[in-house]
Design a protein around this ligand. Structure first.
Ligand SMILES: Cc1ncc(COP(=O)(O)O)c(C=O)c1O
Length: 489
């Protein structure tokens, strides 16, 4: 049976591990060498002499890195990669890191959700195999793709209560949507924009650019740990100043604090100030009506709570808002004129659409509809509460964000006293196979307010596919890291 598993120079092999092996110590996961073979399977031996028995049926042979990364692997299943020691070291390491994403316990869902529902992988795959450029041809393949995009727009708009479906624009991502909203709005020198102290750089950087290049003024509301911003503070600013635009984050990606965007919308409507909402962390987590009176523009990514792939975002622009396109080019419509079309969504959708990502996003939204957004939120909430309950009892942990009585979205940021956040996330990654996010989370203002700008925080963000036992693993790992740290001090 030797030819069944050709462990030769050309092959990397991913082994589906029957006994739920998790690399416990750094170095355990690589390299593994062939120890012995039999007709049923083979035994691998790690550098630390750990042995692992594998069945032939469970091996997936990969000649190329991409094939390891792709659909051969089942999300949530543990794999170990080994390679022939003569094989090119670089490629082997890359591949191991690639697969480690699959192996790991994944608590970085606020960065991007993983895994995606199976239907999302399938929708992207099928589109790539079958479709052509939507809106760019009269042949059946193109028309078929146009129909898929049309249906995706309808379905996603309905999910967010948007009736003016054409006003829901597909963009390359949430950052792009926010840039398009802020830069396309036509702000002039001296215009005052009000925002919160819990914004992501996707808001703060375009505003800084507009400040520098156009001469706008920016006022940040005081930081409010419980609710992201204080409604009374917003009211005061709106009533005492001539505000041209208001930009508000719905959910803080650092603390999970939830902003009261509906009160903000009411106030902005009353004071006739257009309001932009950054729904990067709330879309797919909270039941949102993007067409709420007072919300002028609403931005969301496809790859986070909406469970789609990266490469697509949403921008909803209410009918009474004029907006200049950030990018212009071919739209497949009004091609005789050089000016960008006036009609939505074409006005803001120049160039070929990220169609495979859009159909993937549509499948993600469909999955959310079927699973029930309330069930998804409840699952994340359970894990969040369970983690918070444990974490608040640990002296070595310092938790940031809303207090116990205030609801927060499915993420928790913390620090281990005496340890830099990136040291903790590195240890979790290397020693325990657990993925979290450390540092400043692209949100310096929040860290300034929290006093954590120097060392950052460790963020754990939960997803629908996480389990309580994975959470127990994380807690155990944090305990061990804190003990090690105490011994070294
Ligand atoms: C609050 C917030 N806004 C905007 C963004 C930008 O999203 P993207 O990087 O998907 O464009 C993020 C990403 O993490 C975020 O958390």
């Amino acid at each position: 049976m030797d030819d069944v598993v050709p462990i030769g120079k050309r092959h990397l092999i991913a082994v589906k591990c029957a006994m739920h092996y998790k690399p416990a110590k750094s170095g355990d996961s690589l390299p593994w060498h062939l120890h012995s073979k039999s007709s049923m399977g083979f035994v691998l031996r790690s550098q630390k002499s750990k042995k692992l028995r594998c069945d032939y049926q469970q091996t997936i042979k990969c000649a190329k890195r991409e094939s390891i990364m792709a659909s051969t692997l089942v999300p949530g299943t543990i794999y170990i990669l080994f390679y022939d020691p003569n094989f090119s070291y670089n490629i082997a390491i890359n591949s191991i890191h690639g697969a480690a994403l699959v192996c790991m316990t994944y608590f970085d869902n606020a960065a991007t959700t993983f895994p995606k529902p199976e239907a999302v992988y399938q929708a992207c795959d099928q589109f790539l195999r079958r479709a052509a450029n939507p809106g760019r041809g009269g042949h059946r393949r193109s028309l078929d793709s146009t129909r898929l995009i049309f249906e995706a727009r309808q379905s996603i708009a309905a999910f967010f209560g948007i009736k003016q479906v054409q006003r829901l624009v597909f963009t390359p991502g949430c950052t792009y949507s926010l840039n398009a909203a802020l830069k396309g709005f036509g702000l002039k020198a001296g215009d005052l924009v009000v925002t919160t102290s819990a914004e992501h750089n996707s808001v703060m950087r375009p505003l800084a650019q507009l400040k520098r290049d156009v001469g706008i003024k920016v006022e940040q509301l005081p930081y409010c740990p419980e609710h992201l911003f204080n409604v009374d503070d917003l009211k005061n600013v709106l009533s005492e100043n001539k505000i041209r635009l208001c930009v508000i984050n719905h959910v803080s990606n650092v603390t999970g604090a939830i902003g009261d965007i509906y009160s903000a919308a009411e106030l902005c409507y009353r004071y006739n100030v257009p309001l932009v909402i950054d729904a990067a962390q709330s879309a797919g987590y909270l039941d949102i009506d993007a067409s709420t009176k007072g919300i002028s523009m609403w931005c969301a990514p496809g790859h986070k709570g909406l469970m789609g792939p990266a490469g697509v975002g949403l921008l909803y622009v209410q009918e009474d808002i004029e907006i200049e396109p950030l990018v212009s080019g071919g739209t497949g419509s009004f091609s005789e004129q050089f000016a960008a079309p006036v009609a939505f969504p074409d006005r803001l959708e120049a160039g070929t659409l990220p169609a495979p990502a859009i159909v993937g996003l549509s499948a993600g939204v469909e999955w959310l509809k079927q699973t029930g957004i309330a069930n998804v939120a409840e699952k994340k909430q359970e894990l969040t509460s369970r983690f918070l309950q444990w974490a608040r009892e640990q002296d070595f942990l310092e938790i940031f964000g809303p207090s116990e009585k205030t609801p927060r979205a499915g993420l928790v940021s913390f620090r281990i006293r005496g340890l830099n956040s990136s040291s903790v996330s590195d240890l979790l990654d290397r020693e325990y196979g657990i993925a979290v996010r450390s540092g400043l989370h692209c949100s310096a203002s929040v860290h300034t307010a929290l006093g954590t700008l120097q060392e950052g925080l460790v963020r754990v963000s939960f997803g629908y596919f996480n389990s309580a036992s994975e959470l127990d693993e994380l807690c155990q790992a944090l305990l061990e890291i804190s003990r090690q740290n105490a011994r070294l001090r």
